[in-house]
Write a protein that binds this ligand. Structure first.
Ligand code: TRP
Ligand code: ZN
Length: 497
């Protein structure tokens, strides 16, 4: 589902031909090397729309301490896509992995050294990888024959390597994070390329299927449901997972560890809940985790009553004894580091509506994810009788804060500010103020319209404002200017209905 339209300077061998009758023939160019996201210019790719990723992974976790903390990874990615322009060549994103073989529509391509700009490589099918320190990670493919716009294309990439512990632009662990007992896989914003070839941007959602083979005794947990039970032979177990809903690449997981897999209950609306809890959690962390997970069904019921139907086939949590320092709302199955608190569980569940079903079209729109997930937690706390949303707002508004705090524009926080505290808390406060501005009924009606209209897709802050203006009949320019962009504390009168 391609939504973004901006193309980075794509240059390609133009081969315009005029067919008889004056109808222009195909004009083959290179697909763009990014979708045009200002924060991550090389994330995602242009010229095609991925439909489905089938990921067949064999993974050997590290040997016991003191062996190095690295794993062995072998993958076959089968990618179904549709070309959206006449393609001379196109890119996938891939970081820190070697490609062993690649074919397009069953036709093998050869590995070449990266050619110079504009240089033709014998008109042959080829691929090459660019993997450097400037955060440019691209797998370039020149298919032969060339691809006409609208073609259904299958790309098969055999790849693999030694897994490490990659870091995001601000230094946080992400992607395929090797752990002593397996791997904790959490890829926001652009870490999926550390474990599979991908158009790594949420404007190209796709469905997924997984076959993950790990040493017998290890459990591999990915998104969605198990279409069939795991199979064990010769000391290896293969785990099958299907994620049939449209899914952004950063929400993909395939975590491996010593998990207790629990498939025992559903929400009132029938959403199956499948949890994976590390068997090595301490007694107190296990108690906290179990208490939080035990409330998931009730949380689904509560959020459905506010936001509308739960958007995906299943839900559940992956709680890893290891840590990347944060939790992530991986689609249908969030991952938690060390233990899962009730507050964080409500936050990650709310992301299934806000962030996952409807994703931020640009990374600068991240407040739509984090503000909503934080606000939904405020709502859950009210439901539980802990404190009202108004009290959470007041607790945020009251303290004196420095100019740097108010200076961060949550509507454009910068690529190093994606997970800044202001994005979460000023974001939640923005939604509370919006609720007071338009009234409770319109606040939820507009939220539901937003979720329906942009379901399986992505939207911007401007799109969000437009939905609230449509539902409320109010002009909200000044409101959103103050809350998302003014680099001062919003005035107190925005809190009075
Ligand atoms: N999106 C995650 C959440 O709020 C948080 C997250 C992702 C994060 N990557 C991060 C937080 C890196 C800190 C650092 O649920
Ligand atoms: Zn969040």
């Amino acid at each position: 589902m391609a939504v973004a339209t901006l193309a980075l300077g794509a240059v390609g061998a133009a081969g315009a031909t005029a067919a008889p009758g004056g109808k222009p023939g195909p004009r083959y160019t290179a697909g763009a090397e990014g979708v045009g996201d200002a924060y991550f210019p090389f994330a995602g790719n242009g010229g095609y729309d991925v439909q489905h990723y089938d990921l067949d992974i064999t993974y050997t976790p590290p040997a016991p301490d003191p062996a190095p903390l690295v794993g062995e990874f072998d993958g076959v990615a089968t990618i179904d896509l549709v070309s959206t322009q006449d393609l001379d060549r196109f890119n996938l994103d891939l970081r820190g992995m070697e490609v062993h073989a690649l074919s397009v529509n069953g036709k093998p391509a050869a590995s070449v050294a990266p050619p110079l700009a504009g240089e033709e490589v014998d008109g042959a099918a080829y691929w090459h990888v660019q993997d450097d320190d400037a955060r440019v990670w691209e797998l370039t493919v020149q298919p032969r024959p060339k691809l006409k716009a609208g073609e259904q294309v299958q790309v098969v990439v055999e790849y693999g390597g030694t897994t490490t512990r990659p870091r995001d632009i601000e230094g946080a662990l992400y992607g395929w994070v090797t752990q002593r007992d397996g791997a904790l896989v959490a890829s926001e914003p652009d870490g999926s390329m550390t474990w599979y070839p991908v158009s790594d941007h949420q404007t190209d959602k796709a469905t997924y299927s997984f076959e993950i083979t790990v040493p017998e005794g290890k459990v591999a947990v990915a998104n969605g449901i198990q279409p069939k039970p795991e199979e064990t032979a010769n000391g290896w177990t293969t785990w099958f997972w299907d994620a049939p809903d449209q899914q952004a690449s950063y929400l993909t997981t395939a975590s491996v560890g010593d998990f207790d897999l629990r498939e025992t209950y559903t929400s009132s609306s029938g959403v199956p809940i499948i949890d994976a809890v590390d068997t090595k959690l301490s007694t107190s962390r296990l108690a906290t985790t179990n208490a939080s997970l035990g409330r998931q069904a009730a949380m689904v019921d509560f959020f459905e009553s506010k936001f509308g139907p739960y958007p995906f086939v299943a839900y559940g949590s992956i709680v890893d004894n290891d840590s990347v320092g944060y939790a992530l709302e991986t689609q249908t199955r969030p991952v938690y580091s060390s233990s899962a608190s009730e507050g964080t569980v409500s936050h990650e569940l709310a992301h299934q509506w806000f962030g996952n079903a409807v994703s931020p079209e640009r990374w600068q729109d991240i407040w739509l994810n984090e503000g909503w997930a934080t606000y939904a937690n405020w709502m859950w706390n009210e439901e539980r009788g802990i404190r009202t949303a108004q009290q959470s707002y007041d607790n945020w508004y009251a303290p004196a804060r420095d100019a740097a705090y108010w200076g961060l524009q949550i509507g454009d926080p910068g690529e190093l500010g994606l997970f800044a505290t202001q994005v979460y808390n000023r974001g939640a406060a923005t939604l509370h103020a919006l609720r007071l501005e338009v009234g409770d009924a319109d606040f939820l009606a507009a939220a539901q319209l937003w979720l329906e209209r942009y379901n399986d897709s992505a939207g911007t802050s401007e799109d969000f404002q437009a939905v609230y203006e449509e539902v409320s009949g109010q002009d909200l320019d000044e409101f959103f200017q103050i809350w998302l962009y003014d680099q001062v504390k919003p005035p107190a009168d925005w809190t009075t209905p």
